[in-house]
Ligand binder design. Structure first.
Ligand code: C2E
Ligand code: CA
Ligand code: CA
Length: 388
């Protein structure tokens, strides 16, 4: 394109399609064809997902470079999270500028300003998410993530029979961040696969430490949370076995915890992976059981060893007869099917007593212990689980 040429234009010809033309020096119009939404020409003449009419003028002779949206997205996906964040900021500002100029034309338009506010909120959420992704990546690389362990106990004897590993992240500015906030970010970015392998390795190391501590009854199992992204990875089982082998931990001491929802999302793949793991002796544990709105028939379909009754049921067990009936049915059904049962979130003596009367064998919750850092957990075991 030659200096001074103003003829590169993009016109919307129908929703999602733009026609690009180049007006030559001699006045001839050359049709460069149609492009999809988001194509970028000139200096970001079209950067949005929605096509706009735009014209660019060449300040000097230049080569015309065209970047399609998939092209752009592919490169963006591969880029560093900070670069991605910066581009998001630039695009947000650019869009807001366009919005604002629109508002000046119609200043009294309340819906537009609400839409603009909503737009800001959504953008700032995206930016927060990207920032969290970057911080989490750093925390993981700098070994700032930690595991806490919550004891799981025998309701009749009050002895610890196992524990659940729960991840902790202390952010340098924001303090502790709930895993319920950052695990979804880790899942979306794929970082969860590395994190979960680290969790498994660290939890195995803790089991070894327990084994080496004299006077603790060291038969306890370790429950570890895995997500759908982990299970969808075709190397999941092999990586799992490699880690437990390397740490010299029998896979049967690990309970692989997944939520009931995950079983419904992708039953075929999940079943295949769970069967492979089960064949290696790993126990399969269903977390938050009762919240997934699934049919009970699927329980036969998967190799399930343990049902963990969600804490929302335990919370209401003495307030609501229906909840009580449901919990009793779950316990009896699990027993019929040869599954173990763990009640989650036991907070009061009343709840513990009701569960004991119902024949619930095991539980977990603040009444017994909060999740503890490794050293405190071992001290807890020394108090509560002595061999003698
Ligand atoms: P979850 O698997 O259902 O874990 C139990 C959660 O309940 C933990 O919260 C625990 O601190 C809390 N809790 C335990 N006892 C009680 C109680 O008596 N009352 C109440 N109100 N809460 C209790 P936390 O540690 O914040 O973990 C939240 C969720 O984050 C976990 O829910 C799990 O879904 C996820 N998560 C934690 N660690 C990991 C991990 O290493 N990997 C994956 N994929 N997810 C994890
Ligand atoms: Ca869990
Ligand atoms: Ca749970």
């Amino acid at each position: 394109m030659h200096q001074g040429e103003a003829g590169l234009s993009a016109y919307i010809i129908e929703d999602g399609l733009v026609e690009i033309t180049l007006e030559k020096d001699n006045g001839m119009i050359q049709n460069l064809g149609t492009r999809g939404a988001g194509t970028i020409i000139g200096e970001m003449a079209l950067i949005d997902k929605k096509p706009r009419t735009a014209t660019v003028r060449a300040l000097e002779d230049c080569v015309l470079l065209e970047i399609t949206l998939p092209d752009f997205q592919r490169r963006l996906d591969k880029s560093d999270p900070v670069v991605r964040m910066m581009i998001e900021v630039i695009l947000t500002r650019y869009r807001d500028m366009l919005h604002n100029s629109h508002l000046m034309v119609a200043p009294g338009n309340i819906h537009k300003s609400e839409a603009l506010e909503q737009n800001y909120l959504e953008k700032s959420k995206t930016i927060d998410r990207l920032k969290m992704e970057k911080d989490l990546q750093d925390a993981f690389s700098n070994q700032d993530l930690m595991l806490h362990y919550q004891p799981i106990f025998d309701i009749r004897t009050n002895k610890t029979i196992g524990c659940e590993s729960l991840i902790r992240w202390k952010h340098p500015e924001h303090g502790f961040i709930s895993p319920e906030l950052f695990i979804p970010v880790a899942e979306e970015s794929g970082l969860i696969i590395d994190i979960s392998q680290w969790v498994l390795k660290t939890a195995c190391q803790t089991l070894n430490l327990i084994n080496q501590t004299p006077t603790i009854n060291n038969d306890i199992f370790m429950s570890i949370n895995f997500s759908s992204v982990d299970l969808a990875d075709k190397n999941f089982k092999q990586n799992f076995i490699n880690i437990t082998n390397k740490q010299n931990i029998d896979p049967s001491r690990i309970h692989l915890e997944i939520t009931e929802r995950l079983l419904i999302e992708d039953p075929e793949t999940t079943r295949e992976t769970l069967n492979e793991c089960h064949d290696q002796g790993i126990s399969i544990s269903i977390d938050d059981f009762g919240t997934g709105y699934s049919s009970l028939s699927y329980l036969h379909y998967f190799p399930i060893n343990v049902l963990k009754i969600d804490r929302s049921f335990i919370n209401n067990i003495n307030q609501d007869q229906k909840t009580k009936d449901i919990v009793l049915s779950i316990i009896n059904m699990a027993k019929t099917m040869g599954m173990e049962i763990i009640a989650e979130g036991i907070e009061t003596l009343d709840q513990q007593e009701t569960l004991k009367v119902m024949g619930c064998p095991a539980g977990q919750g603040y009444i017994y212990s909060k999740p503890l850092p490794k050293e405190e957990f071992i001290a807890f075991l020394l108090q509560n689980n002595r061999d003698t």
